[in-house]
Write a new protein. Structure first.
Length: 129
């Protein structure tokens, strides 16, 4: 019995450590102070854990296309807010607002998304991230 408890404890600890290693802190990638707005065309959507991601093409000040990586909450959270896999599709034009990535990375943590038809979507129901 003692060996079984030890094995179960070790299995739980390993699972927790693997989960923690796979997930990163917000502050490791995004700024709490830098907030911005980016507009572009969706090129790829990943509706998967740990964060749903939208890759979108943005024209920079030199009229060159840059690919940005926008991240948000996991699909389970988004489902609770009415998002579905088909809410955002490749080719859609969107406007995203949120926390910008650190060190001039082309990343954005989504706080609001505005679709072409004017619909505003809040990934966390309008609450703070």
């Amino acid at each position: 019995m003692r060996i079984l408890i030890h094995c179960l404890t070790m299995t739980g600890l390993i699972a927790c450590a693997a989960s923690a290693a796979a997930h990163h802190s917000f502050a490791a990638e995004f700024s709490y102070e830098l907030f911005g707005t980016k507009e572009g065309k969706v090129v790829e959507v990943h509706y998967v854990n740990p964060h749903a991601r939208i890759f979108f093409a943005v024209k920079n000040e030199n009229d060159e296309e840059e690919i940005w990586d926008a991240q948000t909450f996991p699909p389970a959270t988004l489902l609770g807010q009415g998002w579905r896999r088909g809410t955002i599709k490749v080719g859609d034009r969107i406007i995203l607002q949120g926390n910008l990535g650190l060190e001039n990375s082309r990343k954005l943590w989504i706080s609001t998304m505005t679709l072409e038809n004017g619909t505003v979507i809040y990934p966390n129901g309008g609450r703070d991230n």
